[in-house]
Design a protein. Sequence first.
Length: 71
Amino acid sequence: MILQGDNRKIMVKMLEMLGLVLVAVMTLGFVGAFEPTIRNGTSELFWGCAGSALLIIIYRKMKRKQEEKES
């Protein structure tokens, strides 16, 4: 399904907001705000948010390439 016009703009804004939330949670997870005990390495929360943010970046890059091919 190809989003066009306003729907595409809404999807882009939603992905941007989700990415910002993931980065914020990732940062808090890195500094240990969600877990009272200090462990070696970073938490699963950090890696989950980092992976999700990376997937959003890859998805948007693929969509841009697809749009360039269509134009």
